[in-house]
Design a protein around this ligand. Structure first.
Ligand code: HEM
Length: 415
Protein backbone atom coordinates (compact mmCIF):
# COMPACT_ATOMS: atom_id res chain seq x y z
CA UNK A 1 0.00 0.00 0.00
CA UNK A 2 1.54 3.37 -0.95
CA UNK A 3 1.22 6.63 0.98
CA UNK A 4 -0.38 8.26 -2.06
CA UNK A 5 -3.29 5.90 -2.21
CA UNK A 6 -3.99 5.76 1.49
CA UNK A 7 -5.98 9.00 1.91
CA UNK A 8 -8.06 8.18 -1.15
CA UNK A 9 -8.83 4.78 0.35
CA UNK A 10 -9.80 6.40 3.65
CA UNK A 11 -12.23 8.73 1.91
CA UNK A 12 -13.49 6.01 -0.45
CA UNK A 13 -17.08 5.06 0.33
CA UNK A 14 -16.21 1.37 -0.02
CA UNK A 15 -14.28 1.62 3.27
CA UNK A 16 -16.85 3.62 5.22
CA UNK A 17 -18.15 0.72 7.32
CA UNK A 18 -14.69 -0.08 8.68
CA UNK A 19 -11.97 2.52 8.11
CA UNK A 20 -10.00 1.39 11.18
CA UNK A 21 -7.52 -0.98 9.46
CA UNK A 22 -6.62 1.93 7.14
CA UNK A 23 -5.99 4.13 10.17
CA UNK A 24 -3.60 1.47 11.51
CA UNK A 25 -1.78 1.76 8.18
CA UNK A 26 -1.87 5.57 8.41
CA UNK A 27 -0.17 5.57 11.83
CA UNK A 28 2.78 3.58 10.47
CA UNK A 29 4.31 6.89 9.45
CA UNK A 30 3.64 10.12 11.35
CA UNK A 31 2.83 12.28 8.29
CA UNK A 32 1.43 11.12 4.94
CA UNK A 33 1.58 13.39 1.93
CA UNK A 34 -1.26 12.57 -0.43
CA UNK A 35 -0.84 13.12 -4.15
CA UNK A 36 -3.49 15.87 -4.03
CA UNK A 37 -1.18 17.80 -1.68
CA UNK A 38 -2.92 17.04 1.62
CA UNK A 39 -0.78 16.20 4.65
CA UNK A 40 -2.55 13.59 6.77
CA UNK A 41 -1.74 12.93 10.43
CA UNK A 42 -3.13 9.96 12.41
CA UNK A 43 -1.13 9.64 15.66
CA UNK A 44 -2.77 10.74 18.92
CA UNK A 45 0.12 12.76 20.35
CA UNK A 46 0.84 14.58 17.09
CA UNK A 47 -2.82 15.47 16.54
CA UNK A 48 -3.16 16.74 20.09
CA UNK A 49 -0.11 18.93 19.85
CA UNK A 50 -1.16 20.30 16.43
CA UNK A 51 -4.61 21.17 17.82
CA UNK A 52 -2.88 23.28 20.47
CA UNK A 53 -0.28 24.81 18.15
CA UNK A 54 -0.94 28.51 17.38
CA UNK A 55 0.86 28.08 14.03
CA UNK A 56 -1.97 25.84 12.82
CA UNK A 57 -4.84 27.84 11.34
CA UNK A 58 -8.49 26.92 10.76
CA UNK A 59 -8.99 29.94 8.50
CA UNK A 60 -9.43 29.04 4.81
CA UNK A 61 -7.79 32.37 3.89
CA UNK A 62 -4.49 30.97 5.20
CA UNK A 63 -4.61 28.11 2.79
CA UNK A 64 -2.53 28.32 -0.38
CA UNK A 65 -4.23 27.60 -3.70
CA UNK A 66 -3.66 23.97 -4.60
CA UNK A 67 -2.76 23.22 -8.20
CA UNK A 68 -5.98 22.23 -9.93
CA UNK A 69 -8.16 23.71 -7.16
CA UNK A 70 -8.53 22.97 -3.49
CA UNK A 71 -7.55 19.48 -2.48
CA UNK A 72 -10.33 19.50 0.09
CA UNK A 73 -13.62 20.57 -1.45
CA UNK A 74 -15.66 22.69 0.90
CA UNK A 75 -12.64 24.71 2.01
CA UNK A 76 -13.66 27.63 -0.13
CA UNK A 77 -17.27 27.63 0.87
CA UNK A 78 -16.95 30.10 3.71
CA UNK A 79 -16.50 33.83 3.28
CA UNK A 80 -17.92 33.51 -0.21
CA UNK A 81 -20.02 36.65 0.07
CA UNK A 82 -23.09 34.62 1.04
CA UNK A 83 -22.20 34.27 4.71
CA UNK A 84 -18.97 35.34 6.47
CA UNK A 85 -16.79 32.58 7.98
CA UNK A 86 -18.13 31.16 11.24
CA UNK A 87 -15.92 30.95 14.33
CA UNK A 88 -15.26 27.31 13.46
CA UNK A 89 -13.20 28.67 10.56
CA UNK A 90 -11.58 31.66 12.26
CA UNK A 91 -8.42 31.94 14.37
CA UNK A 92 -7.95 33.88 17.60
CA UNK A 93 -8.61 36.68 18.40
CA UNK A 94 -11.68 36.90 16.08
CA UNK A 95 -12.62 33.32 16.96
CA UNK A 96 -12.47 33.97 20.70
CA UNK A 97 -14.64 37.09 20.54
CA UNK A 98 -17.43 35.38 18.58
CA UNK A 99 -17.27 32.17 20.64
CA UNK A 100 -17.45 34.13 23.92
CA UNK A 101 -20.51 36.11 22.74
CA UNK A 102 -22.21 32.91 21.57
CA UNK A 103 -21.43 31.16 24.84
CA UNK A 104 -23.13 33.83 26.97
CA UNK A 105 -26.67 32.47 26.54
CA UNK A 106 -25.47 28.84 26.32
CA UNK A 107 -23.13 27.84 29.14
CA UNK A 108 -21.11 28.75 32.22
CA UNK A 109 -20.24 31.18 33.63
CA UNK A 110 -23.23 33.31 32.47
CA UNK A 111 -25.80 30.63 31.70
CA UNK A 112 -24.77 27.67 33.88
CA UNK A 113 -28.29 26.22 33.93
CA UNK A 114 -29.23 26.39 30.26
CA UNK A 115 -28.26 22.84 29.27
CA UNK A 116 -28.97 21.05 32.54
CA UNK A 117 -32.25 22.99 32.67
CA UNK A 118 -33.27 21.27 29.43
CA UNK A 119 -32.94 17.79 30.97
CA UNK A 120 -36.69 17.37 31.68
CA UNK A 121 -37.61 18.67 28.22
CA UNK A 122 -35.08 16.33 26.59
CA UNK A 123 -36.46 13.38 28.54
CA UNK A 124 -39.99 14.18 27.36
CA UNK A 125 -38.87 14.34 23.72
CA UNK A 126 -37.08 10.97 24.09
CA UNK A 127 -40.12 9.38 25.75
CA UNK A 128 -42.50 10.63 23.04
CA UNK A 129 -40.27 9.34 20.26
CA UNK A 130 -39.83 5.90 21.87
CA UNK A 131 -43.59 5.64 22.56
CA UNK A 132 -44.13 5.79 18.80
CA UNK A 133 -41.32 3.42 17.78
CA UNK A 134 -43.09 0.12 17.40
CA UNK A 135 -44.85 0.33 14.06
CA UNK A 136 -46.54 -3.06 14.62
CA UNK A 137 -44.35 -5.36 12.49
CA UNK A 138 -41.55 -5.51 15.06
CA UNK A 139 -38.98 -3.66 12.95
CA UNK A 140 -37.78 -0.08 13.04
CA UNK A 141 -35.15 2.27 11.66
CA UNK A 142 -33.31 3.84 14.60
CA UNK A 143 -31.99 6.71 12.43
CA UNK A 144 -35.25 7.90 10.91
CA UNK A 145 -37.48 7.22 13.87
CA UNK A 146 -35.19 8.34 16.67
CA UNK A 147 -31.57 9.47 16.22
CA UNK A 148 -32.36 12.09 13.60
CA UNK A 149 -35.59 13.66 14.95
CA UNK A 150 -34.32 13.86 18.56
CA UNK A 151 -31.33 16.24 18.20
CA UNK A 152 -33.14 18.25 15.52
CA UNK A 153 -36.05 18.91 17.87
CA UNK A 154 -33.60 19.86 20.62
CA UNK A 155 -31.52 22.29 18.57
CA UNK A 156 -34.71 23.92 17.23
CA UNK A 157 -35.96 24.45 20.80
CA UNK A 158 -32.59 25.81 21.93
CA UNK A 159 -32.28 28.25 19.04
CA UNK A 160 -35.98 29.11 18.82
CA UNK A 161 -36.49 27.74 15.31
CA UNK A 162 -39.97 26.42 14.46
CA UNK A 163 -39.75 22.61 14.31
CA UNK A 164 -42.33 22.68 11.51
CA UNK A 165 -39.73 24.26 9.19
CA UNK A 166 -37.45 21.24 9.56
CA UNK A 167 -38.11 19.84 6.11
CA UNK A 168 -36.93 23.17 4.63
CA UNK A 169 -33.55 23.30 6.36
CA UNK A 170 -32.92 19.55 6.31
CA UNK A 171 -31.78 19.55 2.69
CA UNK A 172 -29.69 22.75 3.10
CA UNK A 173 -27.94 21.20 6.10
CA UNK A 174 -27.35 17.94 4.20
CA UNK A 175 -25.82 19.80 1.26
CA UNK A 176 -23.58 21.90 3.47
CA UNK A 177 -22.17 18.97 5.44
CA UNK A 178 -21.56 17.08 2.22
CA UNK A 179 -19.13 19.84 1.20
CA UNK A 180 -17.01 18.92 4.23
CA UNK A 181 -16.37 15.57 2.65
CA UNK A 182 -12.91 15.36 1.04
CA UNK A 183 -13.59 13.69 -2.30
CA UNK A 184 -10.74 14.22 -4.71
CA UNK A 185 -12.74 12.28 -7.34
CA UNK A 186 -15.68 14.68 -7.55
CA UNK A 187 -16.01 17.94 -9.51
CA UNK A 188 -15.16 20.69 -7.02
CA UNK A 189 -16.63 23.63 -8.96
CA UNK A 190 -20.05 22.01 -9.16
CA UNK A 191 -20.02 21.15 -5.46
CA UNK A 192 -19.06 24.72 -4.55
CA UNK A 193 -21.93 26.08 -6.67
CA UNK A 194 -24.47 23.78 -5.02
CA UNK A 195 -23.13 24.62 -1.55
CA UNK A 196 -23.34 28.37 -2.25
CA UNK A 197 -26.96 28.00 -3.31
CA UNK A 198 -27.77 26.09 -0.09
CA UNK A 199 -25.98 28.73 2.02
CA UNK A 200 -27.90 31.48 0.29
CA UNK A 201 -31.26 29.84 0.91
CA UNK A 202 -30.44 28.96 4.53
CA UNK A 203 -29.15 32.51 5.04
CA UNK A 204 -32.38 34.03 3.72
CA UNK A 205 -34.48 31.72 5.88
CA UNK A 206 -32.51 32.53 9.05
CA UNK A 207 -32.43 36.24 8.24
CA UNK A 208 -36.22 36.40 8.21
CA UNK A 209 -36.33 34.49 11.49
CA UNK A 210 -33.76 36.79 13.13
CA UNK A 211 -35.82 39.81 12.07
CA UNK A 212 -38.80 38.31 13.88
CA UNK A 213 -36.68 37.75 17.01
CA UNK A 214 -35.48 41.37 16.92
CA UNK A 215 -39.09 42.55 16.98
CA UNK A 216 -40.38 39.95 19.42
CA UNK A 217 -37.58 38.40 21.52
CA UNK A 218 -38.00 35.20 23.52
CA UNK A 219 -35.63 33.32 25.82
CA UNK A 220 -34.08 31.32 22.97
CA UNK A 221 -30.46 31.64 21.86
CA UNK A 222 -31.23 33.48 18.63
CA UNK A 223 -33.08 36.20 20.55
CA UNK A 224 -30.07 36.62 22.86
CA UNK A 225 -27.66 36.79 19.93
CA UNK A 226 -29.64 39.47 18.08
CA UNK A 227 -30.13 41.47 21.30
CA UNK A 228 -26.31 41.64 21.38
CA UNK A 229 -25.73 43.08 24.84
CA UNK A 230 -22.65 41.03 25.79
CA UNK A 231 -19.71 42.96 27.31
CA UNK A 232 -17.44 41.13 24.85
CA UNK A 233 -19.07 43.33 22.23
CA UNK A 234 -21.82 42.66 19.75
CA UNK A 235 -21.95 40.68 16.56
CA UNK A 236 -22.75 42.28 13.25
CA UNK A 237 -25.99 41.13 11.61
CA UNK A 238 -23.98 38.91 9.27
CA UNK A 239 -22.00 37.40 12.14
CA UNK A 240 -25.23 36.52 13.96
CA UNK A 241 -26.52 34.93 10.78
CA UNK A 242 -23.37 32.84 10.25
CA UNK A 243 -23.35 31.77 13.91
CA UNK A 244 -27.00 30.74 13.77
CA UNK A 245 -26.28 28.61 10.69
CA UNK A 246 -23.25 27.05 12.39
CA UNK A 247 -25.19 26.10 15.53
CA UNK A 248 -28.10 24.74 13.52
CA UNK A 249 -25.91 22.52 11.36
CA UNK A 250 -23.48 21.45 14.09
CA UNK A 251 -26.40 20.64 16.36
CA UNK A 252 -28.09 18.70 13.58
CA UNK A 253 -25.63 16.47 11.83
CA UNK A 254 -23.32 15.18 14.57
CA UNK A 255 -25.42 13.95 17.50
CA UNK A 256 -27.49 11.82 15.12
CA UNK A 257 -24.34 9.83 14.37
CA UNK A 258 -23.28 9.56 18.01
CA UNK A 259 -26.63 8.05 18.99
CA UNK A 260 -26.72 5.72 15.99
CA UNK A 261 -23.08 4.64 16.36
CA UNK A 262 -23.91 4.08 20.02
CA UNK A 263 -26.88 1.83 19.33
CA UNK A 264 -24.90 -0.10 16.71
CA UNK A 265 -21.99 -0.60 19.11
CA UNK A 266 -24.34 -1.72 21.90
CA UNK A 267 -26.08 -4.22 19.63
CA UNK A 268 -22.65 -5.61 18.75
CA UNK A 269 -21.87 -5.87 22.50
CA UNK A 270 -25.10 -7.28 23.99
CA UNK A 271 -23.56 -7.80 27.43
CA UNK A 272 -22.90 -4.05 27.68
CA UNK A 273 -26.41 -3.26 26.41
CA UNK A 274 -27.78 -5.44 29.20
CA UNK A 275 -25.63 -3.68 31.80
CA UNK A 276 -26.90 -0.30 30.57
CA UNK A 277 -30.49 -1.53 30.76
CA UNK A 278 -29.96 -2.48 34.40
CA UNK A 279 -27.97 0.62 35.33
CA UNK A 280 -28.63 3.82 33.33
CA UNK A 281 -25.72 5.52 35.14
CA UNK A 282 -23.40 3.51 32.88
CA UNK A 283 -24.47 5.91 30.10
CA UNK A 284 -22.02 8.58 31.31
CA UNK A 285 -18.73 6.62 30.89
CA UNK A 286 -20.22 4.73 27.95
CA UNK A 287 -20.74 7.90 25.89
CA UNK A 288 -17.12 8.94 26.52
CA UNK A 289 -15.89 5.55 25.34
CA UNK A 290 -18.13 5.86 22.28
CA UNK A 291 -16.63 9.25 21.43
CA UNK A 292 -13.27 7.47 21.45
CA UNK A 293 -14.27 4.21 19.78
CA UNK A 294 -16.72 5.42 17.06
CA UNK A 295 -16.45 9.21 16.90
CA UNK A 296 -19.03 10.93 14.65
CA UNK A 297 -16.38 13.44 13.50
CA UNK A 298 -13.65 11.19 12.08
CA UNK A 299 -11.26 13.85 10.87
CA UNK A 300 -10.64 17.59 10.91
CA UNK A 301 -9.85 18.39 7.27
CA UNK A 302 -9.64 22.16 7.51
CA UNK A 303 -6.29 23.05 9.08
CA UNK A 304 -3.18 24.58 7.52
CA UNK A 305 0.09 25.96 8.97
CA UNK A 306 0.74 29.72 8.83
CA UNK A 307 4.52 28.98 8.65
CA UNK A 308 6.53 25.99 7.50
CA UNK A 309 6.42 23.43 10.31
CA UNK A 310 8.59 20.42 10.98
CA UNK A 311 6.95 17.16 12.02
CA UNK A 312 9.19 14.14 12.62
CA UNK A 313 11.60 15.35 9.96
CA UNK A 314 8.86 16.17 7.41
CA UNK A 315 8.33 19.81 6.46
CA UNK A 316 4.68 20.75 6.13
CA UNK A 317 4.85 23.94 4.08
CA UNK A 318 2.98 27.10 5.02
CA UNK A 319 -0.56 27.09 3.60
CA UNK A 320 -0.73 23.39 2.78
CA UNK A 321 -3.89 21.45 3.63
CA UNK A 322 -3.52 19.45 6.82
CA UNK A 323 -6.02 16.76 7.77
CA UNK A 324 -6.03 15.49 11.37
CA UNK A 325 -7.67 12.08 11.60
CA UNK A 326 -8.96 12.17 15.17
CA UNK A 327 -10.65 8.74 14.86
CA UNK A 328 -7.22 7.27 14.14
CA UNK A 329 -5.69 9.09 17.12
CA UNK A 330 -8.43 7.58 19.28
CA UNK A 331 -7.29 4.07 18.30
CA UNK A 332 -3.57 4.77 18.69
CA UNK A 333 -1.94 1.99 20.76
CA UNK A 334 0.78 4.49 21.71
CA UNK A 335 -1.92 6.28 23.72
CA UNK A 336 -4.64 3.75 24.64
CA UNK A 337 -4.26 0.23 25.91
CA UNK A 338 -6.00 -2.33 23.68
CA UNK A 339 -7.52 0.52 21.62
CA UNK A 340 -9.75 -1.63 19.39
CA UNK A 341 -11.69 -2.95 22.37
CA UNK A 342 -14.92 -1.15 23.31
CA UNK A 343 -14.72 -0.83 27.07
CA UNK A 344 -16.94 1.62 28.96
CA UNK A 345 -15.01 0.78 32.16
CA UNK A 346 -11.83 2.23 30.69
CA UNK A 347 -10.50 4.78 33.15
CA UNK A 348 -8.18 6.59 30.79
CA UNK A 349 -10.41 7.88 28.01
CA UNK A 350 -9.16 11.31 27.00
CA UNK A 351 -10.40 11.01 23.43
CA UNK A 352 -10.25 13.51 20.56
CA UNK A 353 -13.91 12.92 19.56
CA UNK A 354 -14.93 16.47 20.48
CA UNK A 355 -11.67 18.01 19.28
CA UNK A 356 -9.23 19.82 21.58
CA UNK A 357 -7.76 23.30 21.92
CA UNK A 358 -9.50 26.56 21.04
CA UNK A 359 -11.98 24.91 18.66
CA UNK A 360 -12.99 22.05 20.96
CA UNK A 361 -16.70 21.35 20.58
CA UNK A 362 -18.86 24.25 21.71
CA UNK A 363 -21.94 22.03 22.03
CA UNK A 364 -20.20 19.27 24.03
CA UNK A 365 -22.38 19.46 27.18
CA UNK A 366 -25.54 19.23 25.07
CA UNK A 367 -24.20 16.46 22.83
CA UNK A 368 -23.19 14.38 25.87
CA UNK A 369 -26.50 14.84 27.65
CA UNK A 370 -28.54 14.00 24.54
CA UNK A 371 -26.56 10.81 23.88
CA UNK A 372 -26.64 9.69 27.52
CA UNK A 373 -30.41 10.13 27.84
CA UNK A 374 -31.11 8.60 24.43
CA UNK A 375 -29.00 5.45 24.85
CA UNK A 376 -30.11 4.78 28.44
CA UNK A 377 -33.79 5.02 27.44
CA UNK A 378 -33.42 2.95 24.26
CA UNK A 379 -31.63 0.26 26.29
CA UNK A 380 -34.32 0.30 28.97
CA UNK A 381 -37.37 0.28 26.72
CA UNK A 382 -36.56 -1.79 23.63
CA UNK A 383 -37.33 -5.45 24.18
CA UNK A 384 -34.76 -7.86 22.74
CA UNK A 385 -33.41 -5.46 20.08
CA UNK A 386 -31.31 -7.08 17.33
CA UNK A 387 -29.60 -5.86 14.18
CA UNK A 388 -31.18 -6.71 10.84
CA UNK A 389 -28.11 -5.66 8.82
CA UNK A 390 -24.49 -5.62 9.94
CA UNK A 391 -22.78 -3.51 8.77
CA UNK A 392 -25.65 -1.10 8.13
CA UNK A 393 -25.61 1.20 5.07
CA UNK A 394 -23.49 4.29 5.78
CA UNK A 395 -23.84 7.93 4.75
CA UNK A 396 -21.45 9.04 2.02
CA UNK A 397 -19.57 11.48 4.27
CA UNK A 398 -16.09 10.41 5.47
CA UNK A 399 -15.77 13.33 7.90
CA UNK A 400 -19.16 13.08 9.61
CA UNK A 401 -19.40 9.30 9.58
CA UNK A 402 -22.45 7.31 10.61
CA UNK A 403 -25.10 4.88 9.35
CA UNK A 404 -27.77 6.22 6.99
CA UNK A 405 -30.21 3.65 8.35
CA UNK A 406 -30.05 1.30 11.32
CA UNK A 407 -32.73 -1.31 10.91
CA UNK A 408 -33.46 -3.44 13.94
CA UNK A 409 -36.07 -5.95 15.10
CA UNK A 410 -37.64 -5.77 18.56
CA UNK A 411 -40.08 -7.95 20.50
CA UNK A 412 -41.85 -4.83 21.71
CA UNK A 413 -41.43 -1.49 23.45
CA UNK A 414 -41.63 -1.45 27.25
CA UNK A 415 -43.66 1.32 28.90
C1 HEM B 1 -21.97 14.18 19.23
C2 HEM B 1 -22.13 15.35 18.79
C3 HEM B 1 -21.00 16.26 18.43
C4 HEM B 1 -19.72 15.96 18.04
C5 HEM B 1 -19.07 14.60 17.88
C6 HEM B 1 -19.06 17.23 17.80
C7 HEM B 1 -17.72 17.34 17.44
C8 HEM B 1 -17.06 18.52 17.28
C9 HEM B 1 -15.65 18.65 16.97
C10 HEM B 1 -14.68 17.48 16.76
C11 HEM B 1 -15.35 19.96 16.90
C12 HEM B 1 -13.98 20.57 16.61
C13 HEM B 1 -13.87 21.12 15.20
C14 HEM B 1 -12.50 21.62 14.88
O1 HEM B 1 -11.58 21.56 15.71
O2 HEM B 1 -12.31 22.12 13.74
C15 HEM B 1 -16.58 20.69 17.14
C16 HEM B 1 -16.70 22.06 17.13
C17 HEM B 1 -17.91 22.70 17.29
N1 HEM B 1 -19.11 22.15 17.66
FE1 HEM B 1 -19.50 20.20 17.98
N2 HEM B 1 -19.93 18.24 18.02
C18 HEM B 1 -21.14 17.70 18.43
C19 HEM B 1 -22.29 18.36 18.77
C20 HEM B 1 -22.44 19.71 18.73
C21 HEM B 1 -23.65 20.42 19.05
C22 HEM B 1 -24.94 19.78 19.58
C23 HEM B 1 -23.41 21.74 18.82
C24 HEM B 1 -24.32 22.93 18.98
C25 HEM B 1 -25.06 23.17 20.01
C26 HEM B 1 -22.03 21.85 18.37
C27 HEM B 1 -21.40 23.03 18.04
C28 HEM B 1 -20.06 23.14 17.70
C29 HEM B 1 -19.45 24.41 17.35
C30 HEM B 1 -20.13 25.77 17.30
C31 HEM B 1 -18.08 24.13 17.10
C32 HEM B 1 -17.00 25.13 16.73
C33 HEM B 1 -16.19 25.47 17.96
C34 HEM B 1 -15.07 26.45 17.70
O3 HEM B 1 -14.64 26.60 16.55
O4 HEM B 1 -14.64 27.11 18.66
N3 HEM B 1 -21.47 20.61 18.32
N4 HEM B 1 -17.60 19.79 17.39
Amino acid sequence: MTDTSLFQQITDYANRADPYPLYTELRKSPVHRDETGVYVVGGYHDILSLLHDPRISSDARNRAEQPGGSALPGEEDEGDGVLPPTFLRLDPPEHDRLRAITNRPFGPPHSPRRIDGMRGELRTIVTDLIDHLDGGDGTLDVVEQFSYPFPVTVICRLLGIPRADESRFHSWADTLVSTLDPRPDVDTAERVRIAQQARLELGMYLNALLDERRKKPGDDMLSHLVAGNAPEGRMSGMEVLATAALLLIAGHETTVNLITNGMLTLLRHPEILERLREDPRLAVPLVEELLRFEPPVQMLPNRSPIADIELHGVTVPKGSPLCLVVASGNRDPARFEDPDRFDPDRRDVQHLGLGSGVHSCFGAPLARLEAQLALAELARRLEAPRLLEDPPPYRQNAVLRGPRHLRIAVDGVRP
